[in-house]
Design a protein around this ligand. Structure first.
Ligand code: FAD
Length: 518
């Protein structure tokens, strides 16, 4: 069977949150929290996971002033809470001040894959936004002054005071302050290079540099090889009488056991399509992705209408599913309001009016799109299949009066307004903006989507989001369609006419197996 693995494990120094532990953990907590809301199927989340894990390791000593958490919004049990927290794309990072109480108090942080420094800096800047209620375990982060230093050992019962002299835009001082927060008998403060009094008193000429003051009145420059955070921290932690405090209670609400049970391996023939994948993508788009927007309006509402209209027109559905799609499409066309609550869409999907024989399954069952582990394939795989199928179905006579861009535009808007993998959506929009308007016929629409999908395959082949059991190939491979490949000037090239014929056969209703659907 496929083992259900999440992107993070309990041995990472972060809290793996679940729907029922998220609010209990972060609300009214004496720690500030940064939570990564991700979707395990999202390739960019898979790429980002090592960065987030490295950050968690890097700042684990900042607990309990600050804690990191992760929540997988792809879990069916988390979808409601993710929508309450306003998560519409993945990954989303949110900072919650200590003693936050509501989902909307989360402050969005921007992620970058280029290392953890920027993330660490933006976390510090966020911690500094605490005004009246400071996290109790967090030492002061603002620069100190001569007045404070003069009276320091009278006011504080510690043996050491370390001073980090630095320029105003440096984060190093604050990082060392946070790195040392679990240690007793020492305090760390930063001093700005613009503080002339202090710079003069300690005769400081190098920024950054650090000085150690003791309660018996001594003062010396901290001798380090490099004026760097880790060198300072290493030195300070090894001073005599410096120990990690015992009062730091790092216990958190225990993680509940992962509830995902391994799914049985479903045997699939790669030359076939499976209705289970196709109905799963209908369920996931309409009940999960669209549901992240509690209010549908403007271009997003138009995008939904277009999407449902191409589904109703071209999806080769079983009768019970066709009734759902037609019913939803008819209803959406009648919606004249500019604003639509998602709950109204959901009521139609639930078939409240009891249209006879209208049913869409309420979960996902991956067959041709099943991955060897739960984070691979699944939803994005089925979204590609769906749109390839729709572009091919639109070449049939029922599509003859429509614009050649009918299906591609619906896809472009769906991806732009609803697809949770936001980096994927940006890349796709880039490709669409570049050449989609050159498509002049329904056949060209099929070929356009085929070649863009192959570009994506080429771009992400060999990255960590690739299922090792399903390597990204230029598709269809010669074993599937020998005629698609030809030689030109000694080089392997595509025969686009053959590709088009292959698509028309492959993405046809007669090639869809009904195995595994309830
Ligand atoms: P998929 O690429 O999902 O393909 C599904 C199935 O389609 C394959 O198993 C094969 O049978 C068939 N197929 C393969 N190639 C073609 C083709 N050229 N034409 C027709 N059928 C084909 N992931 C990222 O990491 N970065 C991105 O920028 C990114 N952008 C995406 C944009 C969109 C619009 C979508 C829908 C997904 C995107 N993804 C991206 C996800 C990624 O493309 C895959 O969907 C995902 O990694 C799962 O891969 P898979 O092995 O199931 O095959």
């Amino acid at each position: 069977g496929a083992p259900a693995l999440s992107l993070y494990s309990p041995s990472d120094p972060l809290t793996v949150l679940q729907a029922d532990t998220l609010e209990r953990s972060i609300f009214n907590s004496s720690s500030a929290w940064v939570v990564e809301f991700y979707a395990s199927w999202c390739g960019h989340c898979i790429h980002f996971a090592p960065t987030w894990r490295a950050l968690a390791n890097d700042i684990q000593e900042w607990r309990p002033a600050l804690r990191l958490g992760v929540l997988d919004c792809a879990e069916a049990s988390s979808q409601k809470v993710c929508s309450e927290f306003g998560i519409t794309g993945f990954p989303t990072l949110k900072f919650f001040k200590a003693f936050s109480r509501r989902p909307d108090e989360g402050i969005r942080l921007f992620h970058s894959d280029d290392g953890i420094d920027k993330l660490r800096h933006s976390i510090i800047t966020s911690v500094e936004r605490h005004e009246d209620v400071w996290p109790p375990a967090c030492p002061p982060l603002e620069p100190t002054s001569l007045a404070e230093v003069r009276g320091f050992f009278q006011a504080n019962n510690v043996t050491y005071l370390a001073l980090i002299f630095e320029k105003a835009d440096s984060f190093m001082g604050r990082e060392v302050i946070l790195d040392m927060l679990q240690y007793e008998n020492i305090a760390v403060r930063r001093v700005l290079s613009s503080d002339e009094e202090m710079v003069k008193k300690y005769d400081v000429a190098t920024f950054p540099s650090a000085y150690l003051l003791t309660s018996n009145g001594s003062c010396s420059r901290i001798p380090v090889h490099l004026e760097e955070r880790s060198f300072y921290t290493f030195f300070l932690r090894r001073l005599p009488d410096i120990v990690r405090g015992t009062s730091y209670n790092l216990t958190v609400i225990p993680d509940t056991e992962p509830r995902t049970t391994p799914t049985p391996w479903r045997v699939a023939d790669s030359s076939k399509l499976y209705m289970a994948d196709l109905e799963s993508v209908l369920h996931y788009t309409l009940r999960v992705e669209v549901a992240r927007f509690s209010d549908l309006r403007g271009e997003r509402l138009t995008a939904l209408k277009r999407y449902v209209s191409v589904l109703a027109k071209y999806f080769p559905a079983r009768p019970s599913v066709r009734n759902v799609l037609r019913n939803l499409n008819r209803w959406l066309r009648g919606v004249k309001e500019r604003d639509l609550p998602y709950s109204a869409v959901e009521a139609v999907l639930r078939n409240k009016k009891e249209v006879p024989n209208a049913r869409l399954m309420n979960r996902t069952i991956w067959v041709g799109c099943q991955g060897s582990q739960s984070q691979f394939r699944g939803y994005p795989c089925s979204l590609w299949l769906l749109f390839h199928l729709l572009t091919v179905q639109a070449t049939l006579p029922k599509g003859q009066n429509a614009s050649p861009l009918e299906v591609l535009s619906a896809m472009r808007e769906y991806v732009r307004f609803f697809f949770g993998c936001r980096d994927c959506a940006e890349h796709f929009e880039g490709m669409a903006a570049e050449s989609m308007d050159k498509v002049k016929s329904r056949d060209e629409a099929v070929v356009w989507l085929w070649s863009r999908h192959n570009r994506v395959n080429a771009r992400i082949a060999g990255t960590t989001s690739e299922d090792p059991k399903f390597p990204k190939l230029q598709w269809p491979p010669p074993s599937m369609c020998p005629a698609c490949h030809k030689k030109f000037n000694g080089q392997q090239v595509w025969d686009e006419g053959a590709v088009l014929s292959f698509f028309k056969a492959h993405f046809s209703p007669s090639n869809i197996y009904l195995d595994y659907i309830p």
